[in-house]
Design a protein around this ligand. Structure first.
Ligand SMILES: Nc1ncnc2c1ncn2[C@@H]1O[C@H](COP(=O)(O)OP(=O)(O)O)[C@@H](O)[C@H]1O
Ligand SMILES: [Mg+2]
Length: 207
């Protein structure tokens, strides 16, 4: 059965969909069979990302499905299922993720406010040993200059959190990718390669 990797956070706009789409793209580039399930039907969701890909004649390299379109039969052939979770999930739903997912990725920006919100969510997940064990923070939208990302990673680790080594940095290439329904790898941008390298590195940590 595939590894189920859920991307979730309590706040919107932290980079869930960007991370989910790019992680799926990186795993697909490595030759893994991957599917993305979009549980957030709103603007900025992965389903809309895939729709823009079709409009622009692009192929993301993996299917993006809504939960209702999942066929259990098809799942057995997959290496990974990435779940882009709903925008503002209730705590009950976040807790339930631990039963469905093998890995829970919590993207967080490195600002103090975002880190506070992330710690609050981690504290909640820590009350459940199963959820706690599966949870990893991904620092994202990290300024490419300065130490904010490294400092945030160290602070979170000091508090006992599991944090991915890779810092996903703040690059316009991700926004350009979203606009055309593509991946940072494929857009015209001087930092496209750097953005893609972050994602590939993260993908190897995760699977
Ligand atoms: N690493 C990044 N670098 C630059 N912009 C980013 C990055 N990650 C996300 N963004 C931007 O932040 C905004 C919110 O991202 P999104 O993935 O839609 O968040 P969410 O799914 O959590 O609501 C989007 O405009 C997206 O392009
Ligand atoms: Mg989203």
């Amino acid at each position: 059965m595939p590894k189920v990797i859920a991307v979730t956070s309590e706040k919107g706009g932290v980079g869930k969909s960007t991370l989910a789409v790019h992680l799926a793209g990186a795993l697909a580039e490595r030759g893994l069979h991957v599917l993305l399930v979009d549980e957030d039907g709103r603007v900025g969701s992965s389903v809309r990302w895939a729709a823009r890909a079709r409009e622009h004649g692009r192929d993301l390299g993996f299917p993006v499905l809504e939960p209702g379109d999942l066929k259990p039969r098809k799942l057995a052939d997959l290496d990974a299922v990435i779940v882009d979770t709903e925008g503002r999930p209730k705590r009950k739903e976040i807790r339930a993720l631990a039963d469905r997912a093998d890995i829970i990725l919590v993207p967080s920006g490195p600002s103090l406010l975002e880190l506070d919100a992330t710690r609050e969510l981690l504290d909640f997940l820590d009350r459940d040993a199963n959820a706690s064990r599966k949870t990893r923070v991904v620092l994202t939208r990290v300024p490419p200059v300065g130490n904010a990302g490294d400092d945030a990673r160290e602070d979170l680790r000091d508090g006992g959190a599991t944090v991915c080594n890779t810092l996903v940095r703040l690059y316009a290439a991700y926004q350009k990718a979203a606009e055309v329904g593509g991946l940072a790898r494929d857009v015209r941008d001087p930092r496209a390669g750097a953005a893609w390298a972050d994602i590939m590195s993260l993908s190897r940590e995760v699977l």
